[in-house]
Design a protein around this ligand. Structure first.
Ligand SMILES: CCCCCCCCCCC/C=C/C(=O)SCCNC(=O)CCNC(=O)[C@H](O)C(C)(C)COP(=O)(O)OP(=O)(O)OC[C@H]1O[C@@H](n2cnc3c(N)ncnc32)[C@H](O)[C@@H]1OP(=O)(O)O
Length: 394
């Protein structure tokens, strides 16, 4: 029953709710569109279109495509279920199996529809409107706006507590690079919904490439190093507006921000040991400097969760505001900052931060290399499997 429940939870995660409703314990598929039927030619065109996508559509979309393709070509899944540690094949099996007895023609149509929606959304993501006041809706996982001299990068996966999936890592890097060159004076990172961010999306560990977990860990370390590097090198004032709880990498990165404003609802939690992992985001260097080595160890090694007030007392947070007035007070202040001469702000940040840059890049490289080893450990694997099978939560 537990395994069936897990399959159902994973299926919920990976199956498009607009196409079907899945209920437990009996898997029922209620299709809301049966009228249209894609021809074999449409299906083949869609398969070719997938190869031409300019951007990676992300793991969730790839699993949906895989499942629909298998269903359309082979019918219902009757393969043996892969073992619990064979994460990638198990995820694929779950996605396919969750389609139940969906007819081949419907799967074909759903595949064609999905490719068409991916093509249009990924095409538009490369277009940024020119001008000073602009809104970029092209991102899949972010909302990026630029007005009043402020570029706001909002993490936008509120139903997943703004967990950072691989696509979000890439989009944040893209948004930061664009913000570093645009005409805004300051850049703000914040979260949509009740969380600032729940940190690394633990399903990032499930998409294992043909080279196996070693290759996955190596690629993860390369991605993480590049990602953190963008924060180290960001040239303008970078401000975090921490609207709610923050976990993992969303906390450690705060040591690289120029100001951190938090709602009194926010908490700061880095449960790395619980997850069999180790600190990143340069926190092994910035946290002991900011708050003393002993306080840093309480957070980074023992996983002590801080309230916003505690984080402020320890220097990680610049100022705490009551949640009821948080947005109003913070944005009023930020708008005033953004009116200051941008070049003076950039040059002042440079002189304050630059002498640490080389050190920070070295720390980043070392942390990523240590984490690469941690991701291959049983401690880490067990923590991820426990979360995904809903046996544990922070
Ligand atoms: C080899 C790997 C390569 C990886 C690629 C590079 C990676 C770089 C990695 C850098 C290292 C980073 C480390 C970290 O950030 S460690 C911190 C990781 N985060 C967690 O452990 C948090 C896990 N989440 C929770 O414990 C709870 O969800 C939480 C306490 C945050 C909220 O609980 P609550 O009960 O309020 O809400 P739900 O649990 O129901 O959550 C709602 C849905 O959101 C999903 N969710 C939330 N957080 C995550 C997450 N971090 N990863 C994946 N999914 C997450 C949750 O599952 C719910 O989804 P469903 O509605 O579908 O069930």
């Amino acid at each position: 029953v537990a395994m069936a429940y897990l399959a159902w939870r994973l299926a919920q995660r990976w199956c498009p709710s607009s196409l079907q409703v899945i209920s437990f314990p009996v898997v029922q598929l209620h299709l809301n569109r049966t009228a249209m039927r894609a021809s074999q030619k449409d299906f083949e065109n869609a398969m070719n279109q997938v190869k031409l996508l300019k951007k990676d559509p992300g793991n969730e979309a790839k699993l949906k495509l895989y499942a629909l393709y298998k269903q359309a070509t082979e019918g219902p899944c009757n393969m043996p279920k892969p073992g619990v540690f064979d994460l990638i094949n198990k995820a694929k099996w779950d996605a396919w199996n969750a389609l139940g007895s969906l007819p081949k023609e419907t799967a074909r149509q759903n595949y064609v529809d999905l490719v068409s929606s991916l093509s249009s959304s990924l095409e538009s993501s490369s277009q940024v409107e020119p001008g000073t006041d602009r809104k970029s809706t092209g991102y899949e996982t972010l909302m990026v706006t630029s007005e009043d001299g402020i570029t706001k990068i909002m993490l936008n996966r509120p139903t997943k507590k703004n967990a950072l999936n691989v696509e979000m890592y890439h989009e944040i890097m893209h948004a930061l690079k664009a913000a570093s060159k645009d005409d805004s004076a300051i850049t703000v990172l914040t979260g949509n919904g009740d969380y600032y961010s729940s940190g690394n999306d633990l399903t990032n560990f499930t998409d294992i490439p043909p080279g196996g977990v070693e290759e996955k860990a190596k690629n993860g370390a390369i991605l993480l190093r590049e990602f953190v590097g963008c924060f180290i090198d960001f040239p303008k004032p970078l401000i975090a507006v921490v609207n709610g709880p923050a976990v993992g990498i969303s906390v450690t990165l705060l040591g690289l921000f120029d100001a951190v404003y938090a709602s009194d609802r926010a908490t700061f939690h880095t449960p790395f040991s619980h997850l069999g992992q180790s600190p990143e985001g340069c926190s092994s260097y910035t946290f002991p400097k900011i708050m003393s080595p002993a306080k840093a160890i309480e957070m980074l090694v023992f996983g002590k969760k801080l309230t916003a007030g505690e984080a402020c007392a320890q220097g990680l947070v610049t100022e705490v505001f009551p949640d009821s007035t948080f947005q109003k007070e913070v944005w009023t202040r930020l708008k005033a900052f953004a009116k200051l001469p941008p070049n003076a702000m950039r040059i002042s940040k440079e002189i304050i931060r630059n002498r640490e840059k080389e050190k920070l890049h070295a720390v980043n490289a070392e942390e990523c290399s240590v984490l690469q080893g941690r991701w291959l450990s049983d401690e880490c694997m067990n923590a991820v499997v426990n979360f995904l099978s809903r046996k544990s939560k922070l």
